[in-house]
Design a protein around this ligand. Structure first.
Ligand code: FMN
Length: 357
């Protein structure tokens, strides 16, 4: 089957076409990647490529408890250690870089930080978990100034450079699932009237500028990006008027930059998003010359193969990797998969994290 065959991604050799999806697991005490995380990712290096959990580019972007960052020397050292573990098992590792934007509670942010967003549109549809006080309302964000915008762009560049120096095979820019870059894309959360808002071109400016700067800093072959068209997670719109124009424009501009891949997060199965109004993944594929990464609810080799036959270059798998570190072998041998324990997804410690076998 194609899914188990070796391939390349912008020249990087992958041992198969299965990508471990980025999954926040909240084990990074004090936001620093540690030995436990090294063990967790090393155990899963049977994947052709591992995408790390979402990793904050700055203190302001650290809206959740115990997520890793990539903005201090200690954090970069921690990532270096994690990556060494994966590489020693012949795995490949991209770090997913994000900024939580309005999806944030000041209780989770390091001291002296502030909650930023394109516009003052707080996330009121849901609350967020804090270690100190349990569920809490999201902060009312500050509308980003032009300086704030430039600063976040620089934070991305700095984090990306440092991670590549620490040995990462690449960086995934997280422009999905309702976090800061997605907040710029969506007309519900971006009410700006400057060049970062307005029509689909304006709203894509922030994501495209960041990508361009990261590409200039580390090389296009080491850059991928994740989108979640029609996504509703974190209070996003799902569908909106110029959504097809938006993703057409983004794909065309990213194609010119020659980045390695576009990753399309499909929230329908895992996150209860409604049916897509158009075949947006086809639109993206037709306008982009790099690799296309897709998935969502894939738990057999046959399902993965279907996606490859449908035009995807690589298939991401998320939840099944949680309780089945050797997932690729299990899929190959058609072994029954262990079910994950939802109570241990974000709990600190090894239980439900590294101790499945
Ligand atoms: C525990 C958990 C944490 C997640 N964290 C992230 C994340 O940090 N970044 C991201 O882009 N998606 C995240 N996702 C979404 C997954 O990457 C993936 O898109 C989703 O689980 C659907 O794929 P699956 O059906 O194969 O699990 C997370 C999902 C789960 C279950």
């Amino acid at each position: 089957m194609k899914v188990f065959e070796a391939t390349t991604l912008s020249g990087l050799k992958l041992k198969n076409r299965i990508v471990m999806a980025p999954m926040t697991r909240s084990r990074a005490i004090d936001n620093i990647p540690n030995d436990l995380m090294k063990e967790y990712y090393s155990q899963r290096s049977g994947a052709g490529l591992i995408l790390s959990e979402a990793t904050a580019v700055s203190p302001n972007g650290t809206g959740y408890p115990r997520i890793p960052g990539a903005y201090t020397d200690e954090q970069i050292e921690g990532w270096k250690n994690v990556i060494e573990g994966v590489h020693s098992n012949d795995g490949r590792f991209f770090v997913q870089l994000f900024h939580t934007g309005r999806v944030s509670s000041s209780l989770n942010l390091p001291e002296g930080s502030e909650t930023l967003a394109p516009s003052i549109v707080p996330l009121t549809e849901m609350e967020m978990y804090t270690d100190q006080k349990g569920m809490q309302p999201h902060d009312i964000p500050k509308e980003m100034s032009h300086d704030d915008i430039l600063q976040v762009q620089e934070e991305y560049v700095k984090a990306a450079k440092n991670l590549i120096e620490a040995g990462a095979d690449g960086i995934e820019i997280h422009s999905a699932n309702g976090y800061l870059l997605d907040q710029f894309l969506d007309p519900k959360t971006n009410l700006r009237t400057d060049r970062y808002g307005g029509d689909y071109k304006g709203r894509s400016t922030f994501t495209l500028e960041i990508t361009k700067k990261v590409v200039e800093a580390i090389g296009a072959d080491k850059v991928g990006i994740r989108f979640s068209p029609y996504g509703v997670v974190n209070g996003m719109s799902g569908d909106f008027e110029d959504i097809v124009e938006l993703y057409t424009h983004l794909s065309q501009e990213l194609s010119k930059m020659n980045i390695a891949y576009i990753h399309i997060a499909d929230q329908r199965a895992a996150m209860e998003a409604p049916e897509f109004a158009t075949k947006i993944w086809k639109t993206i594929g037709q306008n982009f010359n790099g690799a296309l990464l897709g998935g969502g609810d894939v738990n057999t080799a046959e399902k993965a193969e279907e996606l490859l036959n449908d035009g995807y270059s690589l298939v991401y798998i998320g939840r099944p990797f949680i309780a089945n570190p050797n997932l690729v072998d299990k899929l190959k041998n058609k072994e029954e998969l262990v079910q994950l324990d939802p109570d241990k997804l974000y709990s600190p410690g090894a239980d439900g994290y590294t101790d499945w076998e």
